[in-house]
Write a protein that binds this ligand. Structure first.
Ligand SMILES: NC(=O)c1ccc[n+]([C@@H]2O[C@H](COP(=O)([O-])OP(=O)(O)OC[C@H]3O[C@@H](n4cnc5c(N)ncnc54)[C@H](O)[C@@H]3O)[C@@H](O)[C@H]2O)c1
Length: 328
C-alpha cells in the first residue's frame, strides 16, 4: 500500500500529552517534523515527561481539563487560527484502574466523557481525523487469542466499559462528521516515563522496602507486554497506512506473553536481589483484572507492521529503564 503520509510533517492535537504514552508520542511527532499542541490536566501525567518537547518551538502545552469544553474550544480555536490541525490523538483517560474500581465516576468522567467532549470540540472546530487509545480491556474474558472480530464484548472493568463506550461514540462520529478514525487496542505498554503499571509499582515498592516485594495475585497472570517505542511505531504506521473511514487494530506482540512472576523477578534482580517476593494469592491481581489473555495481531501484520521484541524482551528493556528512573 502506498499512501501519502498525513503524519509528516503535520500539526497535531494530543490529549494526555504529559502522560507516559502521550509524551513519547509527542516526542515522535516532533522528531518527524510536526508541531504539537498538548492538553493535559496533569492529574496523572508529569511536566517532566515533556522536558524534551518543551524545549522545542514546535510544541505548546495547555494545562487544561479535556472536560472543560469552553476552555478547550477556545484554546483549540486560537491554535487552529495560527495553523490548522491535521488530526487529533486522544490519549487522556483514567489510567489508575484501582481508582476506577473504587469510584465508577472516575472512569465515566476521565475515560468516557473526555471522548464525548473532545468529539464535540473537534466537530465545532472542523477537525475531522481522530486517533484513539483504546485497550484490550474492552474484550473482557475470552479464552482464545483476541482478534478485532472477537465478541461479544463484555468488559469486566469500568475502565474497559468506558473505553468501549468511547469506541462506540467515535464510530457514530464517523457517520456524522469524522472523515477518518483510528482505534488502537493496546495491550500492557511498558517503558520509560511509566506513571503506573506493575513494573513501576514493583520498583516503587522495592525502593520503599528493599527487603520484601508484595505482588498481588499468585504470579501466574500472563499477558502480552509491548514496549512503548514499538507501540508508537505501530500507531504512526497505522495512521499512515490504514485508510478506511473507521480503522480498528490490536497492537501487540506476536503470540507471546509474560507472567507477573517474570516481571517481579526481573525487577527484584535489578533493584534488590536479596528481596523476598510475597504473593498475596488468587489468580487475579485486582477487581477487573483479566488474568490471562493473548493477542492476535494478524490484521496489523497484513497491513505491514510486525513488532521486533517478544513480550519478555520488552519487559527486560522496560525494567532497566524504569529502575534507572525510580533509582536502584
Ligand atoms: N499504559 C498502558 O498499558 C495502556 C494500555 C491500554 C490503553 N492505554 C491507554 O493509553 C492512554 C495513555 O495511557 P498512559 O499509560 O500514558 O496513562 P497516563 O496516565 O500516563 O496518561 C494519561 C494522561 O491523561 C491525563 N488526563 C487524564 N484525564 C484527563 C482530563 N480529564 N483532562 C486532561 N488530561 C487528562 C493524565 O494527567 C495523564 O497525563 C490512555 O487512554 C490509556 O487508557 C494505556
Amino acid at each position: 500500500m502506498n499512501r501519502t503520509s498525513i503524519i509528516q510533517p503535520g500539526r497535531f492535537l494530543v490529549t494526555g500529552a504529559a502522560g507516559f504514552i502521550g509524551s513519547h508520542l509527542t516526542d515522535r511527532l516532533l522528531a518527524r517534523g510536526g508541531s504539537v499542541v498538548g492538553i493535559d490536566n496533569l492529574a496523572l501525567g508529569r511536566r517532566e515527561n515533556l522536558a524534551r518537547a518543551l524545549a522545542q518551538p514546535g510544541f505548546r502545552l495547555h494545562v487544561t481539563d479535556v472536560n472543560d469544553v469552553a476552555a478547550c474550544t477556545r484554546l483549540i480555536a486560537e491554535e487552529a487560527a495560527r495553523e490548522p490541525f491535521t488530526m487529533a490523538w486522544h490519549l487522556a483517560a483514567n489510567s489508575d484502574i484501582r481508582a476506577g474500581v473504587a469510584d465508577s465516576d472516575v472512569d465515566l468522567r476521565n475515560t468516557f466523557l473526555t471522548t464525548h467532549h473532545l468529539l464535540q470540540v473537534l466537530r465545532r472546530q472542523g477537525i475531522r481525523r481522530l486517533a484513539f487509545a483504546s485497550t484490550s480491556a474492552v474484550y473482557g474474558m475470552h479464552p482464545a487469542r483476541l482478534t478485532e472480530e472477537t465478541g461479544p464484548l463484555f468488559p469486566i472493568s469500568n475502565y474497559g466499559a468506558m473505553k468501549l463506550a468511547s469506541e462506540a461514540a467515535i464510530s457514530a462520529a464517523v457517520e456524522s462528521f469524522l472523515e477518518r478514525a483510528w482505534i488502537f487496542r493496546f495491550p500492557n505498554v511498558v517503558g520509560s516515563r511509566a506513571t503506573h503499571g506493575a513494573i513501576h509499582d514493583f520498583a516503587l515498592k522495592l525502593k520503599r522496602d528493599p527487603g520484601e516485594l508484595e505482588v498481588l495475585g499468585d504470579g501466574t497472570q500472563a499477558k502480552p507486554y509491548l514496549h512503548v517505542a514499538e507501540l508508537i511505531d505501530a500507531m504512526v504506521f497505522i495512521v499512515d497506512q490504514a485508510g478506511e473511514p473507521l480503522n480498528c487494530f490490536n497492537i501487540g506482540t506476536v503470540a507471546s506473553t509474560t507472567t507477573v512472576r517474570y516481571l517481579a523477578e526481573a525487577v527484584v534482580q535489578r533493584m534488590a536481589p536479596q528481596a523476598r517476593i510475597r504473593y498475596t494469592g488468587g489468580n487475579k491481581g485486582w477487581v477487573g483484572d483479566v488474568p490471562r489473555f493473548n493477542y492476535a495481531v494478524d490484521k496489523l501484520q497484513r497491513l505491514g507492521w510486525t513488532p521486533r521484541l517478544t513480550s519478555d524482551e520488552a519487559v527486560d528493556r522496560a525494567v532497566a529503564e524504569v529502575v534507572a528512573e525510580v533509582g536502584g
